[in-house]
Design a protein around this ligand. Sequence first.
Ligand code: KDG
Ligand code: MG
Length: 408
Amino acid sequence: MKITDAKVFVGGPAKNYVTLKIMTDQGVYGLGDATLNNRETLPAAYLQDYLIPNLIGMDPRNSEDIWQFFYRGAYFRRGPISMAAFGAIDMALWDIKGKLAGMPLYQLFGGKSRDGAMVYAHATGADLEDLMDSIAHYVEQGYKAVRVQCGIPGMPSASYAVPETKGEGKHYISDFSGIRPKVEVWDTDRYMRYMPGALAEIRSRFGPDLKILHDVHHRLLPREAAEFAKAVEPVGLYWLEDPTPAEDQDALRLLRQHSTVPVAIGEVFNSIYDCNKLIEAELIDFIRVAVTYAGGITHVKRIVDLAGLHHVRTGFHGAPSHSPLCMAAQAHLNAWAPNFGIQEYLVLGTPECDALFPSEHQMENGMVYVSDAPGLGVDFDEKEAARYSYAPGSHPVVRLQDGTLWNY
Ligand code: KDG
Ligand code: MG
């Protein structure tokens, strides 16, 4: 069996999904997602210029050897661009494998460990009351877990993932007004003073059962993160996400010494070598890698297995920038993983996405139920895809009040 061709599409409904389609001499094709938010053309170019010309003629069933060929063979290893490109190839090869076997991917991993996988929604508000309305909206829809982000009084700009004005949803993932980022101004002291009390009010409004998550988005220094984690401990968070940047894997030790708040990290990691120390030293509780830019199913499954040895559960990244293909790959892993925790969920279900990526994966009452279709269980409508093209976008950059550049 041979790979005969592969194509890359960039575009989508208000998003630049990077979709790979691999064709074979047996008529079976596979689909993968290489979307790297606001840098989409780069994995697309890597696929087109280097990886696809090498893929043609390979046996698609040898997904392990193909992964090793591209990873070890590149010489310059890792990094989000290459890992997103390999991730798409790997996803597509698993899709082909599942279709050849006539089985959904979770069966190839070892079958189902659960019927439905719990997901969390994003609630956001310009201020606390606005956020309370947003949380109530998701609770009414049956969500059991909600990530909460709100405006901080006196903060010079809207803080991470919150709108400027009440009642307005925040499209924080990409600003399509151009390639030059907007600047947001961040004030750590105001955040540290306000947010623990706001989280406590949310807990008292919604009661003990709601799973409350909060994303610090890498903004605190390790000592500040430890102080913040200690302050929010009485709230009983389901998790505190990215309290401090984790390039320094030892930075979490200080937080661990001062607090038992569950910590979730990893949405910007792209290999097992970014998180092996965090996992082995049991400094985190949830690993947040995405199948897309952590090298696909083959590599993420290794991370999940390592995590399982150390009581670390999964909480895969599911920002709106991930296409339904990545979300499907994660849904299959979520159905199987003995150490599944929760899934971030924002993408499936919009009419435009459903038309571009038809699938039978279901979402009901805050749970995702994986489809039994062979492979990933998602298709790609090329006629729909022709309606969309690449639109350059950017994340904001963050500065402190004196102008110092900070972490977005
Ligand atoms: O592209 C950046 C987003 O993926 C990121 O800001 C989303 O932090 C995020 C999250 O938790 O989904
Ligand atoms: Mg996050």
